[in-house]
Write a protein that binds this ligand. Structure first.
Ligand code: PLP
Length: 378
């Protein structure tokens, strides 16, 4: 899709990109200035592999302030983005013969993080009408003596779903009963609408096997800076630091200093961003669901909507039979230059992911074109 989009754009066509996984805002100036100061002050050298003490302390301050969690710097490892953190944690904890629970639809990288360790990803169904919370009977039926971990991602990419307190508590109960490592990928924690986010670790006093993953990427529009962090069990965190010390070495020294400012400096960017994203979410959701038979519950977080387009599968657009969500996604691109990501890559073949990290003007244009295409599907 990306290659095709690039080709169309190079032909001068008005391509509308709804596939991006990052905020369309620039990194705030105070964070950029902190990076400049870091360079001027000579923080341009290697740092400890697991990150500088100052940043670990800033992480502890941040999670106390925002997430009501109390941890010490020894519980923190800083990595080159949340992706690196999740990858390392899987490397440290899982191996051949293990099974790890992943909820469908899933972020594309989860199954690969697990399978490269030799462990097996086990997919569990969710309920789309309920913020993609787990289908608990499916979950319980898939746990056995080989199950070692469970990966939770709320708010979710690709669905935008945010689980209720009850769903989280029940998942934690099942996880504790079966002695599982609980991974909570909270990289979209600040991007929630009409509600307050609660970090999963706050739901239990038994946090020994709960690992919390957060990132500067989405919250502070810092995707290119590559700073993410893990908070949890000291032994695991230490092992992750050791592993990255022998692979990537430290995260970028300048970005680490900038991340200190991001986490404990002025936080205004977040509420501004949330207000904008909420307006866009409502706009895109109203537009998409005003089309006959396009189904999409209101996602409570992240910047994605994930409508079910199954009604249009096995119907025809002009002479072409739409055999999958991927075919429909291709038609949107080829006919109307709308770039989306079809659900196949997230384990959800009936859906298409639209990222609304783009302007309201672009959303309006896309909706007009989308409606035109679907009105021609017979
Ligand atoms: N987790 C989820 C669910 C994501 O969508 C992403 C990025 O798209 C990440 C983790 C990793 O982000 P980063 O490595 O930029 O922190």
């Amino acid at each position: 899709m990306t290659a095709k989009a690039v080709e169309l754009r190079s032909q001068g066509l008005d391509v509308l990109n709804f596939s991006v996984g990052e905020p369309d805002f620039n990194t705030p100036q105070n964070i950029i200035n902190a990076a400049k100061n870091a360079m001027d002050s000579g923080f341009t050298k290697y740092t400890p592999g697991s990150g500088i003490r100052e940043l670990k302390e800033a992480v502890c301050q941040k999670i106390d302030r925002d997430n009501n969690l109390s941890y010490s710097p020894e519980n923190v490892v800083v990595s080159c983005g949340g992706k690196h953190a999740l990858y390392n944690a899987c490397q440290v904890l899982f191996e051949h013969g293990d099974e790890v629970i992943i909820f469908t639809p899933y972020w594309v990288s989860f199954p690969d993080f697990v399978s490269v360790t030799g462990a097996k990803p086990i997919f569990v169904n969710t309920i789309s009408e309920r913020q993609y919370e787990p289908d608990f009977s499916d979950l319980e039926s898939k746990i056995n003596e080989n199950t070692k971990g469970i990966i939770i991602n709320s708010p979710s990419n690709p669905t935008g779903g945010v689980w209720s307190d009850e769903a989280i508590k029940k998942t934690l109960e099942i996880s504790h009963k079966n002695d599982l490592w609980v991974f909570s990928d909270e990289c979209y924690e600040q991007l929630v609408y009409d509600m307050t986010f609660k970090s999963i670790a706050t739901f239990t006093n038994d946090r020994d096997k709960v690992l919390t993953f957060q990132s500067c990427s989405k919250t502070y529009a810092m995707t290119g800076w590559r700073i993410g962090y893990t908070i949890g069990n000291q032994d695991v965190v230490k092992a992750m630091g050791k592993l990255q010390g022998q692979s990537t070495s430290c995260p970028n020294s300048i970005a680490q200093h900038a991340a200190v400012e991001a986490l404990i400096g002025n936080q205004d960017i977040i509420s501004n961003m949330v207000t904008k994203f909420k307006t866009r979410r409502d706009l895109i959701l109203d537009g998409l669901t005003s089309v006959d038979n396009i189904l999409c519950d209101t996602p409570k977080g992240a910047f994605y909507v994930f409508p079910d387009v199954s009604h249009y599968i096995n119907k025809s657009y002009k002479d072409k039979v739409i055999k999958s969500a991927n075919d429909l996604s291709m038609i949107l691109l080829e006919e109307k230059y709308i770039v989306t990501v079809s659900g196949e890559s997230f384990g959800a073949p009936n859906n298409i992911r639209f990222s609304y990290a783009t302007s309201e003007d672009v959303i309006h244009k896309m909706l007009d074109r989308f409606k035109t295409i679907l009105s021609l599907v017979k």
